[in-house]
Ligand binder design. Structure first.
Ligand code: ITT
Length: 203
């Protein structure tokens, strides 16, 4: 079954497609709409922003998924958090990461986490949601070029390397997005086993 992913981030398409396995075909929403997606993420949580993303396209009456995610750094009071995409918007990620490292220069508390809220919207109006977190620390320098965004400065708990060095093999097992979407796809299997494909309960 096809599910349309509301995102403008091609890295998310790759990661979520891999997590969906053979059960669902993940189609970027950008392949069925003509314009670039511009959604104002005005919620005050990852979950609210993920809901805003699917709600923006519910008029299409097709199955939708979306995620909202970000990096919370304890020593910066949780910043950039839900502002992760908008922080120094337009600047390359190397510059954004350098800026975060500068702000943390003499800071010993490197604790941080990536969070992800994943949502599914069914054309009947049913919404399923799941969240995922990966704890870790902020490295002292940018390391690795794999992944995207802040991956090269995030060292997940239990590892010495950054997500930028570890890449998809590790990210697909322990990341915030992997946890959230594994839960979401389990909920979806349950949903489809108790309903027919139009979302109505089997009698
Ligand atoms: P869409 O909203 O179009 O899906 P986006 O990149 O703007 O794409 P978000 O609004 O969810 O995505 O913002 C998340 C930001 O947090 C993202 O741009 C990265 O800077 C960061 N981020 C989230 N997940 C990440 C990951 O797995 N690795 C590195 N950085 C990540």
């Amino acid at each position: 079954m096809k599910i349309y992913l509301v995102t403008g981030n091609k890295h998310k398409v790759g990661e979520i497609s891999a997590l969906a396995g053979n059960d669902w075909t993940i189609v970027p929403i950008t392949s069925v709409i003509n314009n670039k997606i511009e959604i104002e993420e005005k919620g005050d949580s990852f979950l609210q922003n993920a809901l805003i993303k699917v709600e923006s396209f519910k008029h299409l009456k097709i199955p939708l998924i979306a995620d909202d995610s970000g990096l919370e750094i304890d020593a910066l009071g949780g910043f950039p958090g839900i502002k992760s995409a908008r922080f120094m918007d337009g600047y390359p990620y190397t510059e954004r990461m350098e800026e975060l490292l500068t702000r943390l220069e003499s800071e010993e508390n490197r604790k941080a986490r990536f969070k992800c809220a994943a949502v599914y919207y069914h054309p009947t109006g049913v919404v399923l949601a799941a969240e995922g977190v990966v704890e870790g620390t902020i490295a002292f320098e940018i390391r690795g070029a794999r992944g995207f965004g802040y991956d090269p400065i995030f060292v997940p708990e239990g590892y010495n390397m950054t997500f930028g060095e570890l890449g998809e093999e590790v990210k697909s097992t322990i990341s915030h997005r992997a946890t959230a979407f594994k839960k979401l796809f389990s909920l979806l299997r349950l949903f489809f086993s108790s309903t027919n494909t139009t979302g109505h309960h089997r009698s």
